[in-house]
Every structure is written in C-alpha cells, then in structure tokens.
Write a new protein. Structure first.
Ligand code: ADP
Length: 248
C-alpha cells in the first residue's frame, strides 16, 4: 500500500445557502497518496465540498487542515491553489491557441504575464518535469501541436498535466470522463491510478463503472453529509445507499 498518514482533514463542515444546508456536518479524511472517489446523487453537496476545500466557499462552521499544520480556512483560494491543492474543473480550459508545451510551460511558471513567461527559458528541472508530465499524460508526441486541435480526452489530460507540473500534494478532479470515448476512459483510469502514491487524488464522478475501475475507497455523499464509505462493493450493498439511488 502506498498511502501514509492523512493529508487532508475536513471536520464538521456546514455551508448554508439561504438557510438550505448544502453541506451538513461533513467529515472527510484523505490519506497521503490515496485515490478517493466521491459519489452521490445530484445536489448531494459534491461541488460545494470541492469549493470549500479549494477556498472558493468559506463554510459557516467546521475546520479543514492540510497536513498537521495548515489551516485552510485561513487561506485564500489563490494561496490554496499555489500551496499544493490543484483543482480540475469538468470542462477543459486550456489555452487553445498555444501549443501543448506552451500550456505546460505557462502552468509551470504560473506567471501572470503570458508573454514574459513564453519568452523566458525554464530551468532544467522545470523542463524535465514537463517532459515527465508529457509522458504521464500521453502527450509527448503532441507537444508542438496547438491545444485547440487536441481531442476532448487529450485536452482533459493536458489540463491535468497543467496541474501536475505544479507538483500538487492533492488533486481534485471533477467528472474526468464525462464525454469521453471508451478508449479515453480507459486511459484516464490508467493516468489517475498512476498518480496516486505520489499525489492524493480525489475524483468526483457519476460514471459508476469508471469509479469501480479505479477506486479503492469510495465516499457517498447525501444531503451534505457522508452516507457511507468503503470499497465499491461495500457502498453498493449498503441499504441506505441503495435507497438513495433508487429514489433519485
Ligand atoms: P452536487 O455537486 O452533489 O450536485 P452541489 O454542491 O452543487 O451538489 O449542491 C448542493 C445543494 O446546494 C444543491 O441543492 C444546490 O442547489 C445548493 N447550492 C449549491 N450552490 C448554491 C448557491 N450558490 N446558492 C444556492 N444554493 C446552492
């Protein structure tokens, strides 16, 4: 097993919108290097959970610790992103007019000024990391291609690569296989499982076959709290989970 101690502690988090509790005393602990899938019916609070972890939404109550020492609720969304928690939104947002390599170059330098970054050389370590990420994401042969010309799957992998060059400790990935072909889904499963160990990967996904193919541990959210947690078999045989999904 490649997991170590906890890297992320979400404790007793509640978030209300106009009196409606999108998260209701949510507790979640993610271990270093683990691959966790989060599932749950529409409105369960999955997006709000990601918003809270990444600092986009501040909760009404609770605490979130990153490692032993970092209180995430005291950090801005920008600080959290720079500090090692990467988030991949559902829709790919790559720079279409730039090449695959330039996209990774920009993400590496994280400079606000695009033209400055593109006109200045990366150091050897940064270049090596980009090469490694190109291999991991299967984009080595496409490095000079315009990102806009990539397939949907390749754009998604490139965007994951843009997070990877920043060496995140935790990677949050929202519905990675939506709209993908069967072959792309398989490649995405390989990519995400290969990242675990070195990164903690949290995947929010509706596609149950995909979740089954990658997950060791699954958390089921319902009405803003954890309804069940365990292996895919354990949660799928849980009577409360069956009831929630049949009622959807
Ligand atoms: P999921 O991602 O699991 O579908 P969400 O986190 O998007 O669930 O939403 C949880 C609940 O909170 C839903 O009922 C949703 O309508 C509500 N909600 C989410 N964001 C807002 C918001 N900004 N304002 C009002 N209600 C919201």
């Amino acid at each position: 097993d490649t997991t170590h101690g906890p890297i992320l502690y979400v404790e007793n988090i509640s978030v209300s919108f106009d009196g409606f509790k999108a998260l209701n005393n949510l507790d979640l602990t993610i271990d270093e290097g683990e691959l966790r899938c989060i599932i749950g019916p529409n409105g369960a609070g999955k997006t709000t959970m990601m918003d809270v972890i990444t600092g986009k939404t501040k909760p009404d109550t609770g605490s979130i610790w990153f490692g032993q020492r970092i209180d995430l609720l005291k950090r801005s969304e920008h600080q959290i992103a720079r500090g090692g928690i990467g988030r991949k939104f559902q829709k790919p947002t790559v720079f279409e007019a730039l090449s695959v390599f330039e996209n990774l170059e920009l993400a590496t330098a994280s400079k606000k000024n695009v033209w400055y970054t593109l006109n200045n050389d990366l150091n050897g370590e940064q270049r090596d990391r980009i090469d490694e990420v190109l291999r991991q994401t299967g984009l080595t042969e496409h490095y000079h291609q315009e990102a806009g010309a990539l397939s949907h799957g390749q754009k998604q992998w490139l965007e994951i690569g843009m997070l990877l060059v920043q060496n995140p400790r935790v990677l949050l990935v929202d519905e990675p296989v939506a709209g993908m072909t069967g072959e792309e889904v398989e490649k995405t499963a390989e990519l995400l499982t290969s990242l675990a160990g070195r990164h903690s990967v949290i995947v929010v996904e509706h596609d149950m076959a995909f979740v089954r193919s990658i997950a060791r541990k699954v958390t089921v959210l319902h009405q803003g709290s954890v309804l069940a947690e365990g292996s895919m078999d354990q949660v799928q045989n849980n009577p409360r989970v069956i009831e929630v999904y049949l009622g959807e």
